[in-house]
Design a protein around this ligand. Sequence first.
Ligand code: A2P
Length: 257
Amino acid sequence: MSAFYKEKVLSVQHWTDTLFSFKATRDAGFRFQNGQFAMIGLEVEGRPLLRAYSMASANHEEELEFFSIKVQDGPLTSRLQKIKEGDTILVGRKATGTLIPDNLLPGSRLLLLSTGTGLAPFVSLIKDPDVYDRFESIVLVHGCRQVAELAYGESVVATLRDDELFGPLLSEKLAYYPTVTREPFRNRGRITDLISSEQLFNDLGQPPLDIAKDRIMMCGSPAMLDELKGMFESGGFLEGSGNTPGHFVIEKAFVER
Ligand code: A2P
Protein backbone atom coordinates (compact mmCIF):
# COMPACT_ATOMS: atom_id res chain seq x y z
CA MET A 1 0.00 0.00 0.00
CA SER A 2 1.40 3.41 -0.94
CA ALA A 3 2.00 5.91 1.86
CA PHE A 4 -0.04 8.42 -0.14
CA TYR A 5 -3.44 8.82 -1.59
CA LYS A 6 -3.54 10.22 -5.11
CA GLU A 7 -6.26 12.84 -5.18
CA LYS A 8 -7.71 14.95 -8.00
CA VAL A 9 -7.70 18.72 -7.82
CA LEU A 10 -11.31 19.95 -8.02
CA SER A 11 -10.78 23.72 -7.98
CA VAL A 12 -8.13 26.34 -7.33
CA GLN A 13 -8.62 29.91 -6.17
CA HIS A 14 -5.88 32.53 -6.20
CA TRP A 15 -6.39 35.20 -3.56
CA THR A 16 -3.23 37.30 -3.97
CA ASP A 17 0.21 37.03 -5.61
CA THR A 18 1.28 34.99 -2.59
CA LEU A 19 -1.84 33.09 -1.43
CA PHE A 20 -4.10 30.46 -2.96
CA SER A 21 -6.47 27.75 -1.83
CA PHE A 22 -7.57 24.57 -3.53
CA LYS A 23 -9.98 21.70 -3.16
CA ALA A 24 -9.30 18.06 -3.93
CA THR A 25 -11.06 14.74 -3.75
CA ARG A 26 -10.80 12.86 -0.45
CA ASP A 27 -10.30 9.13 -0.13
CA ALA A 28 -13.02 7.58 2.00
CA GLY A 29 -10.26 6.01 4.13
CA PHE A 30 -8.57 9.32 4.96
CA ARG A 31 -9.50 10.16 8.57
CA PHE A 32 -8.41 13.21 10.51
CA GLN A 33 -9.43 15.36 13.42
CA ASN A 34 -10.37 18.96 12.65
CA GLY A 35 -7.30 21.16 13.18
CA GLN A 36 -4.78 18.49 12.13
CA PHE A 37 -2.30 18.46 9.26
CA ALA A 38 -0.97 15.93 6.78
CA MET A 39 1.96 15.75 4.37
CA ILE A 40 0.76 16.76 0.94
CA GLY A 41 2.44 17.57 -2.34
CA LEU A 42 3.27 16.51 -5.86
CA GLU A 43 5.18 13.82 -7.62
CA VAL A 44 8.27 15.52 -9.08
CA GLU A 45 10.61 13.56 -11.34
CA GLY A 46 9.11 10.33 -10.09
CA ARG A 47 9.53 11.20 -6.40
CA PRO A 48 7.08 12.58 -3.87
CA LEU A 49 7.77 16.20 -2.85
CA LEU A 50 5.77 16.91 0.27
CA ARG A 51 5.20 19.54 2.94
CA ALA A 52 2.98 19.68 5.99
CA TYR A 53 -0.40 21.28 5.32
CA SER A 54 -3.28 21.76 7.70
CA MET A 55 -6.61 20.62 6.38
CA ALA A 56 -8.86 23.68 6.00
CA SER A 57 -11.78 21.39 5.31
CA ALA A 58 -13.63 19.77 8.20
CA ASN A 59 -13.72 16.02 8.64
CA HIS A 60 -17.44 15.84 7.87
CA GLU A 61 -16.83 17.32 4.41
CA GLU A 62 -16.48 15.15 1.37
CA GLU A 63 -13.70 17.21 -0.22
CA LEU A 64 -10.31 18.28 1.07
CA GLU A 65 -9.31 21.93 1.14
CA PHE A 66 -5.91 23.57 1.67
CA PHE A 67 -4.68 27.16 1.98
CA SER A 68 -1.15 27.83 0.78
CA ILE A 69 1.45 30.48 0.30
CA LYS A 70 3.35 30.75 -2.98
CA VAL A 71 7.11 30.92 -2.60
CA GLN A 72 8.61 31.77 -6.01
CA ASP A 73 11.67 29.53 -5.60
CA GLY A 74 10.03 27.18 -3.09
CA PRO A 75 10.60 23.55 -4.15
CA LEU A 76 6.94 22.63 -3.69
CA THR A 77 4.90 25.82 -3.91
CA SER A 78 6.63 27.09 -7.07
CA ARG A 79 4.97 24.03 -8.66
CA LEU A 80 1.88 23.66 -6.49
CA GLN A 81 0.71 27.19 -7.32
CA LYS A 82 0.32 26.07 -10.95
CA ILE A 83 -2.03 23.16 -10.27
CA LYS A 84 -5.30 23.07 -12.18
CA GLU A 85 -8.56 21.20 -11.97
CA GLY A 86 -7.96 17.54 -12.84
CA ASP A 87 -4.30 17.46 -11.72
CA THR A 88 -3.15 14.88 -9.20
CA ILE A 89 -1.82 15.71 -5.74
CA LEU A 90 -0.42 13.37 -3.10
CA VAL A 91 -1.95 13.26 0.36
CA GLY A 92 -0.17 11.38 3.15
CA ARG A 93 -2.30 8.77 4.85
CA LYS A 94 -1.52 9.91 8.37
CA ALA A 95 -2.90 13.12 9.85
CA THR A 96 -1.47 14.55 13.05
CA GLY A 97 -1.18 17.81 15.01
CA THR A 98 -1.72 19.50 18.34
CA LEU A 99 -4.53 21.93 17.47
CA ILE A 100 -7.33 19.69 18.64
CA PRO A 101 -9.87 20.45 21.35
CA ASP A 102 -8.92 17.33 23.36
CA ASN A 103 -5.53 18.94 24.06
CA LEU A 104 -7.25 21.78 25.91
CA LEU A 105 -8.69 21.84 29.42
CA PRO A 106 -12.41 22.62 29.57
CA GLY A 107 -13.10 26.33 29.25
CA SER A 108 -15.78 28.71 28.08
CA ARG A 109 -14.05 30.94 25.50
CA LEU A 110 -11.81 29.61 22.73
CA LEU A 111 -9.30 32.03 21.21
CA LEU A 112 -8.06 30.99 17.77
CA LEU A 113 -5.05 33.20 17.01
CA SER A 114 -3.48 33.07 13.55
CA THR A 115 -1.27 34.91 11.11
CA GLY A 116 -1.04 34.28 7.37
CA THR A 117 -1.72 30.70 6.31
CA GLY A 118 -1.86 29.78 10.02
CA LEU A 119 -5.57 30.44 9.54
CA ALA A 120 -6.04 27.05 7.81
CA PRO A 121 -6.54 24.73 10.82
CA PHE A 122 -9.02 27.19 12.28
CA VAL A 123 -11.07 27.16 9.09
CA SER A 124 -11.49 23.45 9.77
CA LEU A 125 -12.26 23.96 13.47
CA ILE A 126 -14.93 26.63 12.93
CA LYS A 127 -16.76 24.06 10.81
CA ASP A 128 -16.78 21.57 13.69
CA PRO A 129 -20.13 21.44 15.54
CA ASP A 130 -18.35 19.84 18.53
CA VAL A 131 -16.28 23.00 19.02
CA TYR A 132 -19.50 25.02 19.39
CA ASP A 133 -20.73 22.47 21.92
CA ARG A 134 -17.57 22.67 24.00
CA PHE A 135 -17.23 26.45 24.11
CA GLU A 136 -19.68 29.22 24.84
CA SER A 137 -17.83 31.58 22.57
CA ILE A 138 -15.08 31.46 19.97
CA VAL A 139 -12.88 34.34 18.85
CA LEU A 140 -11.10 33.91 15.52
CA VAL A 141 -8.26 36.38 15.01
CA HIS A 142 -6.40 36.53 11.70
CA GLY A 143 -3.45 38.90 11.39
CA CYS A 144 -1.91 39.82 8.06
CA ARG A 145 0.26 42.55 6.61
CA GLN A 146 -2.20 43.62 3.90
CA VAL A 147 -5.97 43.75 3.63
CA ALA A 148 -5.95 41.55 0.49
CA GLU A 149 -4.42 38.70 2.49
CA LEU A 150 -7.60 38.50 4.58
CA ALA A 151 -9.76 37.58 1.58
CA TYR A 152 -9.80 33.80 2.01
CA GLY A 153 -10.77 34.05 5.67
CA GLU A 154 -13.40 36.70 4.93
CA SER A 155 -14.88 34.46 2.28
CA VAL A 156 -14.96 31.35 4.48
CA VAL A 157 -16.65 33.21 7.31
CA ALA A 158 -19.18 34.84 4.96
CA THR A 159 -20.06 31.45 3.45
CA LEU A 160 -20.53 29.90 6.88
CA ARG A 161 -22.74 32.78 8.00
CA ASP A 162 -25.08 31.90 5.12
CA ASP A 163 -25.03 28.20 5.94
CA GLU A 164 -28.20 26.64 7.28
CA LEU A 165 -26.45 24.72 10.06
CA PHE A 166 -23.52 27.02 10.85
CA GLY A 167 -25.18 30.43 10.32
CA PRO A 168 -27.03 30.33 13.68
CA LEU A 169 -23.98 28.88 15.51
CA LEU A 170 -21.73 31.61 14.13
CA SER A 171 -24.08 34.42 14.99
CA GLU A 172 -24.50 33.11 18.52
CA LYS A 173 -20.89 32.15 19.26
CA LEU A 174 -18.24 33.27 16.78
CA ALA A 175 -16.49 36.63 16.78
CA TYR A 176 -14.24 37.09 13.74
CA TYR A 177 -11.48 39.65 14.13
CA PRO A 178 -9.28 40.24 11.08
CA THR A 179 -6.40 42.64 11.68
CA VAL A 180 -3.84 44.27 9.41
CA THR A 181 -0.41 45.68 10.25
CA ARG A 182 0.86 47.48 7.16
CA GLU A 183 -2.02 49.44 5.69
CA PRO A 184 -5.22 51.11 6.87
CA PHE A 185 -8.06 48.81 7.98
CA ARG A 186 -10.84 48.87 10.58
CA ASN A 187 -8.73 46.67 12.91
CA ARG A 188 -5.04 47.36 13.03
CA GLY A 189 -2.02 45.95 14.86
CA ARG A 190 -0.22 42.78 15.80
CA ILE A 191 -2.07 40.08 17.70
CA THR A 192 0.47 40.29 20.53
CA ASP A 193 -0.19 44.01 21.00
CA LEU A 194 -3.95 43.64 20.62
CA ILE A 195 -3.95 41.11 23.46
CA SER A 196 -1.50 42.83 25.80
CA SER A 197 -3.31 46.17 25.41
CA GLU A 198 -6.69 44.36 25.72
CA GLN A 199 -7.82 46.24 22.60
CA LEU A 200 -9.01 42.97 21.06
CA PHE A 201 -11.43 42.38 23.93
CA ASN A 202 -12.47 46.02 24.12
CA ASP A 203 -13.22 46.11 20.38
CA LEU A 204 -15.29 42.93 20.68
CA GLY A 205 -17.06 44.10 23.82
CA GLN A 206 -15.84 40.98 25.61
CA PRO A 207 -14.20 40.46 29.02
CA PRO A 208 -10.38 40.46 29.31
CA LEU A 209 -8.23 37.35 29.34
CA ASP A 210 -9.08 34.97 32.19
CA ILE A 211 -7.16 31.77 32.84
CA ALA A 212 -10.23 30.18 34.39
CA LYS A 213 -12.22 30.63 31.17
CA ASP A 214 -9.95 31.14 28.18
CA ARG A 215 -8.43 28.38 26.10
CA ILE A 216 -6.15 29.26 23.24
CA MET A 217 -4.98 27.76 19.97
CA MET A 218 -2.34 29.56 17.92
CA CYS A 219 -0.89 29.00 14.50
CA GLY A 220 1.32 31.35 12.52
CA SER A 221 4.73 32.89 12.26
CA PRO A 222 7.31 31.46 14.70
CA ALA A 223 8.10 34.94 16.05
CA MET A 224 4.46 35.55 16.91
CA LEU A 225 4.11 32.13 18.51
CA ASP A 226 7.20 32.67 20.66
CA GLU A 227 5.94 36.01 21.88
CA LEU A 228 2.42 34.81 22.57
CA LYS A 229 3.67 31.71 24.38
CA GLY A 230 5.84 33.91 26.60
CA MET A 231 2.93 36.25 27.31
CA PHE A 232 0.54 33.46 28.20
CA GLU A 233 3.08 31.54 30.27
CA SER A 234 3.88 34.62 32.30
CA GLY A 235 0.16 34.72 33.08
CA GLY A 236 0.30 31.13 34.36
CA PHE A 237 -1.17 29.49 31.23
CA LEU A 238 0.23 26.00 30.54
CA GLU A 239 0.88 24.47 27.14
CA GLY A 240 -1.17 21.37 26.39
CA SER A 241 -0.16 18.31 24.42
CA GLY A 242 -1.49 14.91 23.51
CA ASN A 243 -0.64 13.57 26.97
CA THR A 244 -1.64 16.52 29.09
CA PRO A 245 -4.35 18.99 28.22
CA GLY A 246 -3.45 22.61 28.95
CA HIS A 247 -4.64 26.18 28.56
CA PHE A 248 -3.08 26.65 25.13
CA VAL A 249 -1.73 24.71 22.15
CA ILE A 250 0.60 25.82 19.36
CA GLU A 251 1.36 24.87 15.77
CA LYS A 252 3.79 26.61 13.46
CA ALA A 253 2.46 27.70 10.10
CA PHE A 254 4.93 25.86 7.93
CA VAL A 255 6.77 28.30 5.68
CA GLU A 256 9.71 26.48 4.09
CA ARG A 257 7.78 25.37 1.06
P1 A2P B 1 4.15 43.04 10.96
O1 A2P B 1 3.64 43.55 9.66
O2 A2P B 1 4.16 44.08 12.03
O3 A2P B 1 5.47 42.32 10.84
P2 A2P B 1 4.32 37.59 8.00
O4 A2P B 1 3.68 37.90 6.67
O5 A2P B 1 5.68 38.16 8.19
O6 A2P B 1 4.24 36.13 8.37
O7 A2P B 1 3.42 38.32 9.07
C1 A2P B 1 2.05 38.06 9.20
C2 A2P B 1 1.52 38.95 10.29
O8 A2P B 1 2.14 38.58 11.54
C3 A2P B 1 1.86 40.41 10.05
O9 A2P B 1 0.73 41.18 10.36
C4 A2P B 1 3.00 40.65 11.02
O10 A2P B 1 3.07 41.97 11.50
C5 A2P B 1 2.63 39.74 12.16
N1 A2P B 1 3.78 39.41 13.00
C6 A2P B 1 5.04 39.14 12.61
N2 A2P B 1 5.84 38.90 13.68
C7 A2P B 1 5.06 39.02 14.77
C8 A2P B 1 5.28 38.89 16.16
N3 A2P B 1 6.49 38.60 16.66
N4 A2P B 1 4.25 39.09 16.99
C9 A2P B 1 3.03 39.38 16.50
N5 A2P B 1 2.75 39.52 15.20
C10 A2P B 1 3.75 39.35 14.33
